[in-house]
Every structure is written in structure tokens, then in C-alpha cells.
Design a protein around this ligand. Structure first.
Ligand code: MLT
Length: 384
């Protein structure tokens, strides 16, 4: 029945984990779900209220525009200017997405012909690789190793593969390793892409989830980036809006137009009322995200100490919602026994690719008291 395209595809990582969670719950286990990066904090009230108002507007009941409301795209451009000092033309350099996952999954259809090579990191958000495969492309893996700060070693990419590659997916602050990239790395990446005529697709949903006041970057801050790069952004993690499905792709105008052409043939745009609420989100005061960061930072302190005491090796992240812990053994078996013994659900590193083997990812998107409870359960397991 199935096309080859999905025949050998493993189940989507987080769908598979959902199944394990349901089974544990059915057995009566009080699970603490630290698997998916899905903020537990509610969407700020002013955004919810903006949605309620916008839902009453009958103009929003009709088909939205394919590229998104200009007012939303302007709000994205203003946010990029205020956050990163990056100037974008809202008409040509910003396209609304139904969440960034949707845009990432569709984008390669605009640039990859069957058999074309695309560079993807490993470990990585699984959608990059799948999106290349769906477009008929050949993913070429760039390992993200601890000794390189979980950055790809661009000099180690086979020059023949680099010349063949049409696009490259990357994501810093990184999911799942929680690594950050500095401006020097982005400069090196741009030079590599320019030399090899590769389109960069930088996925940046975690840019605002940083700690110790060390902000993260947009690749578009680097001179010349618009020539070769687009960046995917999402309101999901910054404003606790994973359920709303709203994001944008920005940057190189031709690439944005290509993605728009694909999308106009697939979907009919994001719900207008969600875009109106998105404008309210993007115009939020700085305090909104500052207070969210404080909550996460406290949770990281609690969980990082508990995992370290438990014998896992990890660095406290500078950004993201994740702790990437080295356990040095089969990550699926480890997460299974962790669930069995403590009720804690984490994500096995191998789910993000073979170079994630030996690691487990923990998300801090559960209420602080549940994270404290997870720390206590780990302590009890160690003492037993
Ligand atoms: C994750 O846990 O890796 C993310 O929440 C998945 C996503 O953003 O789709």
C-alpha cells in the first residue's frame, strides 16, 4: 500500500515516545514527561486575548493569504530589527508558516531534485533528514561531536560532497545538544556556503531561550548572509505557543519565494486570527520572555545537578530547553529502564541520529515542582 518514501521511515520520534508514555500511564505510572520540548507555561494572557478578539472578526473566517498577512510579516520584520538588528523587507523576505516544522518539511521541495545532495547534522531534529528524503534528495551527514562543541567540522566535509550539496540544514542554539554557535562559526559557515554555492537553512526557534544574559544570534546578522541563507523562526518556544502553529521563514528573497510557491500549492495559509495573535506576541514587552527565561534557568540548575549526581556527564546549557546528558550506553535501553525505575520520560539520543547514541535528552518543560520530583526520584534510585 505504502510508497517507498514512507516504507522505511521510522515512526516520528516523538510519536513513538507518545506511545511509550501512554503504555506507562495505562499501567498507572505517574510519569514525569521530560521528553518533548513543549512549554508547560501558558501562552501569555495578552496573546490569548488578542486571539479571542481576532476570532470574532469575520474577515478571519475566510481563506487567509498564502504568504501571510502583511501586518504579521511586518511584525516579524520589526521583531528581527529589534532583536538582532537585521533589516528585512516584509513583502519579499518574510513568509508566514503554519509553524516552522511545516516550513522546514516543505522547503526542500523547492530546491532539491531527485538525487541531489543536502548536508544535515547528526544528531539533529529528525525533520531535516526526512524533508530531504521526501524531496528525493540524498542526505549527507555532518557529525556533531562533543570535541567540536557539537558544531559540524566544515573542513572535514568531503570537498566533492560540498560541491555537490544544494543545501545545508543547521540549528543553533542546537536541538538536541543544547550547544550554541558564536559569530565566528556563522562566518565560517557562510564562507563555506558561498564557496560551494549552498543554500543555508538555519532553524532558530530557540534564539530567545538563553541564559546568563548571553544572547543568541540570527545567522542574518552576519554580513552577506542574505545572499545564501534563510532562517526559520517560530513563536512556539519564545511565547509558549507550540499548539498555535505559527512561524516564519525569512532571508534570501528568491529562496523565500521558492518556499512560498511550494506552499501555495499545498496549504492555504495560517489562520488569520492566529496571525493577529502572533502580532501581539511579537510586540510583547521584553519582560515577558525575561520572566520565562528565569523559570527555565532555575529548572536547569535543579535538573543538571540531579543528573550529574546520578553520574551523567553534561554541561549546563547556555541556551535551549534541553540538557544533553552522556550516559555512555545504549540510549534506548537506558531511557526504558529510567522510565521503569523512576517514571521519568526522556528522549534517547539515538532518536536524533546515530551520533546521538550514548546520550539522553531531557527537556525542562514541566512545572518546577515536577522537575524537583524528578530530581528526588533520581536520588532515590541512586540510593537504592
Ligand atoms: C523537540 O522536543 O525536539 C521539539 O519540541 C520538537 C518540535 O519542535 O517539533
Amino acid at each position: 500500500m505504502y510508497a517507498d518514501r514512507i516504507k522505511h521511515l521510522p515512526p516520528y520520534l516523538f510519536a513513538a515516545i507518545d506511545k511509550a508514555k501512554q503504555e506507562a500511564r495505562a499501567k498507572g505510572v505517574d510519569i514525569i514527561d521530560l521528553s518533548v520540548g513543549d512549554p508547560d507555561l501558558p501562552t501569555p494572557q495578552h496573546i490569548v486575548e488578542a486571539l479571542a478578539r481576532a476570532a470574532m472578526d469575520s474577515m478571519n473566517h475566510r481563506y487567509p493569504s498564502y504568504e501571510g498577512k502583511l501586518a504579521f510579516r511586518k511584525a516579524v520584520a520589526d521583531w528581527y530589527r529589534d532583536t538582532f538588528g537585521v533589516h528585512l523587507d516584509p513583502e519579499k523576505e518574510v513568509l508566514t508558516l503554519i509553524g516552522s516544522k511545516e516550513g522546514i518539511a516543505h522547503a526542500p521541495l523547492a530546491f532539491i531534485n531527485p538525487g541531489d545532495v543536502a548536508l544535515v547534522p547528526d544528531p539533529a531534529y529528525p525533520v531535516y533528514r526526512t524533508a530531504i528524503l521526501f524531496a528525493g534528495g540524498r542526505p549527507a551527514v555532518m557529525p556533531l561531536l562533543k570535541e567540536n562543541g557539537f558544531l559540524p567540522d566544515l573542513e572535514a566535509v568531503d570537498p566533492k560532497v560540498a560541491k555537490e550539496a544544494k543545501l545545508i540544514f543547521l540549528n543553533y542554539p542546537n536541538n538536541p545538544t543544547a550547544a550554541s554557535a558564536d559569530r565566528a562559526f556563522f562566518r565560517q559557515l557562510l564562507d563555506f556556503a558561498i564557496d560551494n554555492e549552498i543554500l543555508i537553512m538555519h532553524d532558530n526557534p530557540y534564539s530567545e531561550i538563553y541564559y546568563d544574559d548571553r544572547r543568541s544570534y540570527s545567522i542574518l546578522e552576519i554580513e552577506g548572509a542574505k545572499e545564501v541563507a534563510v532562517e526559520f523562526h517560530s513563536l512556539s518556544k519564545t511565547y509558549n505557543m507550540t499548539g498555535w502553529r505559527i512561524g516564519a521563514v525569512v532571508g534570501n528573497a528568491d529562496a523565500v519565494a521558492g518556499i512560498g510557491k511550494v506552499k501555495s500549492n499545498i496549504d492555504s495559509g495560517a489562520f488569520g486570527a492566529v496571525q493577529d495573535a502572533g502580532i501581539a506576541a511579537l510586540r510583547s514587552s521584553k519582560e515577558v520572555v525575561d520572566s520565562i527565561r528565569k523559570v527555565y534557568q532555575h529548572r536547569i540548575e535543579i535538573l543538571a545537578s540531579a543528573l550529574q549526581d546520578h553520574g551523567m556527564r553534561l554541561e549546563k546549557p547556555r541556551a535551549t530547553l534541553y540538557l544533553w546528558a552522556h550516559v555512555g550506553q545504549d540510549s534506548i535501553a537506558y531511557t526504558e529502564s529510567l522510565l521503569e525505575e523512576t517514571g521519568i520520560v526522556a528522549t534517547p539520543g539515538v532518536g536524533f541520529g546515530q551520533h546521538g547514541e550514548g546520550y539522553i535528552r531531557f527537556s525542562i518543560t514541566q512545572p518546577t515542582e515536577r522537575i524537583e520530583m524528578a530530581a528526588e526520584r533520581l536520588e532515590r534510585m541512586r540510593a537504592a
